[in-house]
Design a protein around this ligand. Structure first.
Ligand code: COA
Ligand code: AMP
Length: 242
């Protein structure tokens, strides 16, 4: 059955404030557009993109999810570093990524519009534009409503639904590991993900009120072109989560 990528982004006073995407059949297009249009609470511009997908990859299951709550940001970041090391990332490179996210990964010290791509051997940043970064798009769940219900019943949030899809696609595209925490000042849970450790939610990866966050994807330098093409262009549907 032909599938469509439906993407919404909203801005307020020139600043990106909301983004969401779905991959759906044509029969679900109208409901999906209405649902996405309701998401931004405040905006002065909404852009909706509907695109017919020529080919879609399918994946049986997501990375497996676990959750850890620590007493302090320091302990949480120490755990994040250990998990990166267990994923094969050299300790000093993992530390460099955590340091970058805590200071603000854009060259101006603020947040980026996408993810840092880091060479696992040298720690060098490989993304062509250090203000933009690389964005993982064209990924969704086969039956989003069912997976959302299951994930919420397991005690997680809709954010986990979307972030798990992104992290699973990154691993599928060849990311060796990933670390993320949000730039939302009220959301202090982040994660480390890799094929070795799965998707590990970690609270609190930053202090409440801190507006800085971001993502770092670790890859091998020689994989850069194929990796970016895969995360940004290839479409992926994930069937179930675990
Ligand atoms: N952050 C900041 N700016 C963004 C953005 C984001 N996530 N996504 C889009 N923009 C803005 C940028 O200015 C961008 O220009 P750039 O390419 O020079 O950076 C412009 O919009 C056009 O972006 P484009 O890539 O063409 O957008 P798109 O129509 O393909 O939509 C989204 C991409 C919005 C669907 C995607 O970025 C997104 O937000 N996906 C959902 C992620 C999610 O679920 N997150 C929550 C859990 S982690
Ligand atoms: P969020 O978890 O949505 O707060 O996003 C945290 C950070 O991840 C943002 O500041 C961006 O730098 C980056 N980001 C947001 N969306 C994407 C995406 N689709 N792919 C890669 N990086 C993203």
């Amino acid at each position: 059955m032909p599938l469509l990528s439906v993407r919404m982004r909203a801005s307020l006073e020139g600043r990106h404030v909301s983004g969401a995407e779905r991959i759906v059949t044509e029969g679900k297009l109208q409901d999906t557009v209405l649902e996405l249009l309701k998401r931004p609470r405040r905006f002065d511009n909404i852009v909706l993109t509907v695109e017919r997908l020529v080919s879609v990859d399918r994946l049986e299951t997501s990375l497996p999810v676990t959750s850890k709550t620590l007493k302090s940001v320091k302990e949480a970041r120490d755990l994040a570093l250990d998990l990166l090391v267990r994923s094969g990332i050299p300790r000093e490179i993992g530390l460099k990524a955590i340091d970058l996210l805590s200071k603000g990964p854009s060259p101006s010290g603020g947040v980026m519009r996408g993810a840092v791509v880091m060479d696992v051997e040298s720690g060098e940043r490989l993304e062509p534009d250090m203000y933009r970064g690389v964005r993982t798009v064209r990924v969704d769940w086969e039956d989003r409503d069912r997976v959302r219900e299951e994930i919420v019943r397991a005690g997680y949030t809709e954010r986990t639904l979307d972030a798990l899809a992104i992290a699973t696609k990154n691993a599928y595209c060849g990311a060796l590991a990933e670390i993320c925490w949000s730039d939302d000042p009220d959301y202090v849970t982040g994660y480390v993900a890799s094929p070795q450790i799965g998707y590990v939610r970690i609270t609190p990866l930053k202090e409440r009120g801190d507006p800085i966050g971001g993502r770092v994807y670790f890859i091998r330098r020689e994989d850069l072109e194929g990796f970016v093409e895969c995360v940004e262009r290839r479409a992926l549907i994930i069937k179930s989560w675990r």
